[in-house]
Design a protein around this ligand. Structure first.
Ligand code: GUN
Ligand code: ZN
Length: 447
């Protein structure tokens, strides 16, 4: 956080990078990449108002912050992450269903306590910002206390955040289960309290098909019909054991995804994590409904869930964003997430470009969430949610950076070698919400 009052008119000088469109999965193609090296990004009253070459600095009534030689990006959008799982990140030795029982459910149980929930929610939101993520689609726990805590923490920082009470009325420990009537009443209360307040939006959140009865899934579908602009988030087709379990629980469904489709849960604001074990018919349903898959490569590698077929999603015209899925994922860093996505695709014989990875973590995610008018690019009129990065930290990365021959090579080396330690500062709606503690360079040049 900044020490004193901040100017409302700020200009940041750096290398500006964002996208005007989808760069495509493989073969680096810079046509939709907008690279403006050594430019001023001008922010007034929380919004981006102008972009100018370094040679045309803004006038004396602007607070000028000179970060020449650094990289300025739109804030990352993490489309699937659990705010109540920081305590179980990096837990040893299990696959998905065991991991939920052994580590995750016990940690989520503690969020019934409002004081605990708020401390953890504040820490979570600050951790997002300290990794350069300024917007997120988040699972709290089944408890209304955890939802209030998370929205309160996000609201205090002015963040764009989508979340909702987890629905779970079976196959979970008793103190983590709700029932259809209570879940509906709690969801209605929380929607009235938070949906559309500031930059917050509510997501109807059935955890996954195994932990909701058909009656609860139907209730979730009814909530989506009843209220405008609600999001939906859940998990789908993550591990093979999970897929086999769903087939037993819903024998009449054509597929795992079909369970959600049947209950009216798929629409253009639906975010489904994982989607590893889908088929082409499922992908067509995703494309037709406008729902997106939140690809979570760190989690998929860590839990051994499988290798996501990104190319098949592109072929079907279905949307893909990137997500950390902490605590199944082992880092909140979207840079590490992009690097893991590259590794997953490499194992499938596909070479994910750094442009596509960065697009999926910024403008692509914003578009899939129908929020690209607000976030995801460095366009005048957008809210000034931005992150300032070093191109390289440490001698090895610096040497590699210096040798890069073109923009893709440079960005790719950054994506593979950088992490949150390269983050200098994070702005949310033009206000500093994270600043690297040791940072003494990039001195402000105030008139
Ligand atoms: N499927 C159902 N719940 C979870 C969860 O908390 N994390 C992951 N990765 N998958 C899930
Ligand atoms: Zn998850």
């Amino acid at each position: 956080m900044s020490a004193g009052p901040e100017a409302t008119r700020r200009a940041l000088r750096a290398d500006l990078l964002d996208f005007t469109g989808d760069p495509g999965l493989g073969a680096p193609d810079a046509k939709t990449v907008r690279y403006r090296p050594d430019h001023w990004l001008m922010i007034d009253a929380g919004r981006i108002v102008d972009v100018r070459p370094a040679a045309q600095p803004p006038g004396g009534d602007w607070a000028r912050e000179d970060h020449r030689g650094r990289l300025l990006l739109p804030g990352f959008v993490d489309t699937h992450v659990h705010s109540v799982q920081l305590d179980v990140i990096a837990s040893y030795g299990t696959e998905l269903l065991d991991w939920l029982e052994r580590y995750t459910f016990p940690a989520e149980r503690r969020h019934v306590d409002a004081a605990h929930a708020l401390v953890q929610a504040e820490a979570f939101v600050d951790a997002l910002l300290a990794h350069g993520s300024t917007a997120a689609v988040v699972f709290p726990s089944v408890h209304a206390t955890s939802v209030d805590a998370l929205f309160t923490a996000a609201q205090r920082r002015g963040m764009r955040l989508v979340a909702g009470k987890v629905l779970m009325d079976r196959h979970a420990p008793e103190d983590l289960r709700d029932d259809v009537a209570q879940a509906e009443a709690d969801s209605e209360t929380l929607i009235a309290r938070w949906h559309g307040v500031g930059r917050l939006a509510y997501a109807v959140t059935p955890r996954f098909a195994a932990t909701s009865t058909p009656q609860q899934l139907a209730m979730a579908g009814a909530l989506l019909k009843r209220h405008d602009g609600l999001y939906m988030q859940t998990h789908v087709a993550e591990s093979r054991a999970e897929v086999a379990w769903i087939a037993k629980l819903f024998p009449e469904a054509r597929s795992y995804l079909d369970v959600y489709h049947h209950h009216g849960l798929l629409n253009e604001r639906a975010v489904l994590a994982h989607g590893i074990w889908l088929d082409d018919a499922d992908r067509r349903v995703l494309a037709d409904s406008g729902a997106q898959i939140a690809h979570s490569p760190s989690s998929n590698l860590f839990l051994g869930s499988g290798l996501f077929d990104w190319q098949a999603m592109v072929d079907a015209g279905a949307e893909v964003s990137l997500a950390s899925d902490v605590g199944g994922g082992t880092s909140l860093s979207m840079i590490r997430t992009m690097a893991d996505a590259y590794r997953v695709q490499a194992l499938r014989g596909v070479r994910l470009s750094a442009f596509k990875a960065l697009h999926a973590a910024t403008r692509g995610a914003a578009q899939a969430l129908l929020l690209d008018h607000e976030i995801g690019s460095l366009e005048p009129g957008r809210v000034a949610d931005v992150a300032l990065w070093d191109w390289a930290v440490g001698p090895v990365a610096m040497q590699r950076d210096a040798l890069a021959r073109d923009l893709h090579e440079r960005l790719f080396a950054w994506m593979m070698l950088a992490d949150e330690r390269a983050l200098v500062t994070t702005l949310v709606a033009g206000r500093t919400q994270y600043k690297r503690p040791s940072d003494d360079s990039g001195a402000s040049e105030t008139p």
